[in-house]
Design a protein around this ligand. Structure first.
Ligand code: PBG
Length: 332
């Protein structure tokens, strides 16, 4: 390595043009995925206490948001349902209702916005009265294989409704191959699978559980199926399995605290790795901004740039639409 003063690292940082020229990664609007929370009915927009600035929308109201998404060239949106309590059951059967909120929304969105990708979540937690992602036995543990059978049904109805990306977020063993075989059986050979391959049992999902009105109590956890935050060899094993089971994209979740996992998967597997900047990360940043502790634009842009540096192909973020506006403003 050349020594100072032959190599002055500050030279390349002197001007904006030179910083841009030397930049090793670039955040584009096509890197962004915007999640939306949906409610039944029309003309509805409800706020979420722990996620200031984020709304739940009825599908007709969502259309206004999707017009913006389309204009900003955001390629993909992820949709999550928030159901009334009376639709939640022990077996989460509303999750396999092809006339339910999510499947109806997919059909309507794809009719109006055929060019916008739609990703649907596969897991039962918004539909169960206990808030777990699958069926539970008497001990309260989630039973794997019976759950996988239901998840296949859920994936099938979502794909038939027109979902472009099926995103199993449940962390059951063997669900990727089971869902891939189900899709093949339906001749849904173009449906992508975004596997939540390394999904950790994280406290950062708290605000999301309010957003979908999940019934998971404070004493319950998802520790028997979501990953232990202390591990990353295990993430590599999970990601390798899902790759061979037929996933097209692998997701690491949460986001910023887990960038080492993104980097590790990116350098070990030649697969597209995605990140989810989850609800708790959004809430933390937003709370600090709202108390004037952090500058909004600089903080949010930096947080997303870090995902790209670590190796993420794309990022699911509640800030996506706002970030896309900032990116395009700058470029005009
Ligand atoms: C459901 C699901 C969760 C999230 C995405 N899909 C919550 C959970 O596993 O408890 C979290 C997303 C976020 O926090 O933004 N399986």
């Amino acid at each position: 390595m050349q020594q100072y003063p032959l190599y002055r690292p500050r030279r390349s940082r002197r001007w904006k043009w030179s910083r841009d020229l030397f930049s090793e990664s670039k955040l584009c609007t096509s890197d962004l995925i915007q999640p939306f929370f949906l409610v039944d009915g029309t003309n509805k927009e409800t706020s979420i206490g722990k996620m200031p600035g984020i709304q739940r929308y009825s599908v007709d109201r969502l259309f206004y948001k999707l017009e913006e998404v389309e204009k900003l060239n955001i390629p993909l949106v992820a949709i999550f349902p928030c159901l009334e309590d009376n639709l939640k059951t022990v077996d989460g059967k509303e999750g396999v209702n092809e006339k339910g909120l999510i499947c109806s929304a997919i059909r309507e969105i794809k009719k109006r916005f055929p060019g916008v990708g739609v990703m649907a979540d596969v897991a039962l937690d918004p539909y169960t009265s206990h808030g777990q992602d699958g069926l539970v036995n008497r001990d309260g543990n989630v039973i794997n294989d019976e759950t996988v059978r239901i998840l296949c049904k859920q994936a099938a109805i979502q794909a038939e409704a027109g979902a472009d990306v099926i995103a199993p977020s449940d962390m059951m063993d063997g669900r990727i191959i089971a869902i891939r075989e189900t899709l093949e059986g339906l001749k849904k050979t173009d449906t992508l699978i975004m596997s939540y391959a390394a999904k950790y049992a994280s406290a950062f999902y708290g605000p999301f559980r309010e957003a979908v009105s999940s019934k998971l109590g404070n004493k319950s956890s998802k520790n028997t199926y979501q990953m232990d935050p202390r591990n990353s060899d295990e993430a590599l094993r999970e990601a390798t399995l899902d790759t061979y089971e037929g996933a097209d994209m692998l997701l690491v979740k949460p986001g910023l605290p887990y960038l080492d996992v993104v980097y590790r998967l990116k350098t070990s597997l030649n697969m597209p790795i995605f990140s989810y900047q989850v609800s708790g990360e959004y809430a933390m940043i937003k709370a600090a901004i709202n108390q004037s502790m952090l500058d909004e634009k600089n903080t949010v842009m930096e947080s997303l740039a870090c995902f790209k540096r670590a190796g993420s192909t794309g990022i699911i973020s509640y800030f996506s639409t706002q970030v896309a506006r900032w990116i395009l403003d700058k470029e005009i």
